[in-house]
Ligand binder design. Sequence first.
Ligand code: LLP
Length: 380
Amino acid sequence: MKLPIDKFKDLRTPFYCYDLSLLRSTLKVINDEIEGYPFVVHYALKANANPVILNEIVKTGIGADLVSGNEIMAAVEAGFNPTRMAYAGVGKTDWEIEAGIDNDIYCFNVESLPEMEVINEIAARKGKTAGVAIRVNPNIDAHTHRYITTGTTDNKFGIDIPVLDEVVEKAVSLSNIHLRGLHFHIGSQITTLEPFRLLCEKINELVEHFEKMGVNFEMIDVGGGLGVDYGNPEENPIAPFHEFFNVFKQGLKLRERQKVHFELGRSIVAQCGALISRVVFVKENSIKKFVILDAGMTDLIRPALYSAHHKIVNLTSQEQEQDTYDVVGPICESSDVFSNDEKLPITHRGDLIAVLTAGAYGESMASRYNMRDLPGCHFC
Ligand code: LLP
């Protein structure tokens, strides 16, 4: 992504810098890849719901993947088409279900039988029919961090295959539910295609199984999860969409008029955002040197929460020599570390530091812990 360093000098840090031209190129690649296929892409707002970002995405005709009533409202506000909105989550409350029904969203991705009954009740009360996909837990290991693995039986997500027949029959029998299809999401930051291939096989089996029972699905939602390159963002600014979509083009045995929905979050926005901060102090103890930033885990929690590593760049140091530092934030938590043993050019107080690949799950997970201000944002 481009980083207009000259413009940063007088800006208050920390802030997120978003490269909208990279976002646009990414969206174009996606739309080019799906053209001519019965594929519908939704953007997972949880990755980044910054209104300027949403505005760019909505312009391309992409739909929305939502996980709360407030996300439904944000998607409506941003102008996403309700016929391209899907709403997932294990704990949808009544007002959130109402928001979905009132806005005539395409689909609730239902995660349990009690949830489906409540959606049916609320829809009946409103004299409406709610579109529903049943979220299946396919018990496929996505081989990613355990906090972002969602498709194995020890996760709270989805409905287990052994009870699926019962749930599908129930959905068909409820008069204010319109069963549209099955939904899957096996995890996030998945960096090999094998789990997606296994997912296709599982989907083919299930579609055939339900066809025999007389149930045909208008759509299959395969979720999101495509990983991005955190190690080499400059070399790989756009995720491998061609390879990703190919897995589904080749692997799924689609029925006539059946559509495939995708819910991409990280792969759309991760690389177009960087967290920009200033070095407050450089300090040294008997064993280490620390670069202390004015950004911390309240601005970008991924390193503290998942031990994620983001590439770190000193944007302003003129030094030729490098040194090894722990790059940390100012928060009163020992986990407030961006990176241990990071090699950087010799770094001084006042230097500008960029933490790259921070466009997804950065700003959207920011908090006000320690009564800190939320990070700002600038666009380039
Ligand atoms: N659909 C569902 C049902 C999801 O739960 C998620 C993400 C997505 C789609 C979008 O997945 P993506 O394409 O972004 O992988 N905070 C974590 C990631 C949590 C992902 C939660 N679900 C992180 O910073 O790595």
